[in-house]
Design a protein around this ligand. Structure first.
Ligand SMILES: [Fe+2]
Ligand SMILES: [Fe+2]
Length: 212
C-alpha cells in the first residue's frame, strides 16, 4: 500500500495477502484490525450490518456478495483515531469540506483502505462505502442496501428507536425505506448538528424537507 506509514500501526504490521472475494477471510481480517485498534463498538456493529445487508440484498435482488463486502468494509476507516483523521485525509489528498471537519471522515478512509489494502476498486463498491452515512443525490440499489443496513443495525447501543418503523417502510421497497430514513434524519430526533452536503443532496432527491 502506498503511504503505508500514515496508517495505524496494527494495519502496517499485518499486511493483507488474501483475496477480498473470500468473505470469510475478509471478515476475519477486518475483525482482527478493529480489535487491534481497540474499536470494540465497531467490531460488534460490522457483522450485524453485514447480516442485514445480505438479507436486504437477497430480498431486493441486489448482488449479495457485493453488499456483504461493502458492509464489511464500510466502517474500517474508524481504526484511525479521530484526531488523526483530518491530517491523514490531507496527506492522502482527500478533499475535506467544512462539514466533514465536524463529522466523521471514516467513510472516505474506508474507501481508501478497501482499495489500497484489499484491492476492492470497483466504483460501485467505493460509492456504497463512501455514502453509507448520508446517501447522495443518485444512489444505486447497493448504496441503499448498505445505508439502510447501517441504520437498521446502528452502533449506538441496542436497536435503534426507529427500527420497526423503518422495517415497515421497507415494504415499499428500498426507496421507500430510504425516504423514511432520510425523513427521520431530517427530524429533530436525529439531533444532527451540521447536515453534510451529500445528505442535503439526498434529501432533495427523495423530496425530504429538512427541519434542521
Ligand atoms: Fe459509519
Ligand atoms: Fe456503520
Amino acid at each position: 500500500m502506498d503511504r503505508l506509514h500514515l496508517w495505524p500501526e496494527p494495519l502496517r504490521a499485518q499486511p493483507w495477502m488474501g483475496d477480498a472475494g473470500n468473505l470469510a477471510a475478509l471478515a476475519e481480517d477486518v475483525d482482527t484490525l478493529l480489535s487491534a485498534c481497540g474499536r470494540e463498538v465497531t467490531r460488534e456493529h460490522v457483522p450485524r450490518v453485514m447480516t442485514e445487508a445480505r438479507r436486504l440484498a437477497r430480498h431486493f435482488g441486489v448482488p449479495e456478495g457485493a453488499a456483504a463486502q461493502a458492509a464489511l468494509l464500510h466502517d474500517l476507516g474508524g481504526i484511525v483515531p479521530r484526531a488523526e483523521m483530518v491530517p491523514l485525509c490531507e496527506a492522502l489528498g482527500i478533499p475535506i469540506c467544512p462539514e466533514e471537519r465536524q463529522m466523521l471522515l471514516h467513510a472516505q478512509l474506508s474507501v481508501v483502505l478497501a482499495r489500497e489494502r484489499y484491492g476492492v476498486t470497483a466504483a460501485g463498491m467505493g460509492q456504497a462505502i463512501r455514502y453509507h452515512t448520508t446517501l447522495h443525490a443518485a444512489p444505486s440499489a447497493l448504496d441503499l442496501v448498505v445505508f439502510l443496513a447501517d441504520k437498521l443495525e446502528w452502533d449506538q447501543g441496542g436497536p435503534p428507536p426507529y427500527q420497526a418503523a423503518l422495517r415497515r417502510a421497507l415494504r415499499n421497497g428500498l426507496e421507500g425505506g430510504a425516504t423514511w430514513m432520510l425523513r427521520w434524519m431530517a427530524s429533530p430526533e436525529a439531533r444532527l448538528l451540521v447536515p453534510h452536503p451529500d445528505l442535503r443532496a439526498a434529501w432533495a432527491t427523495f423530496g425530504v424537507t429538512a427541519l434542521v
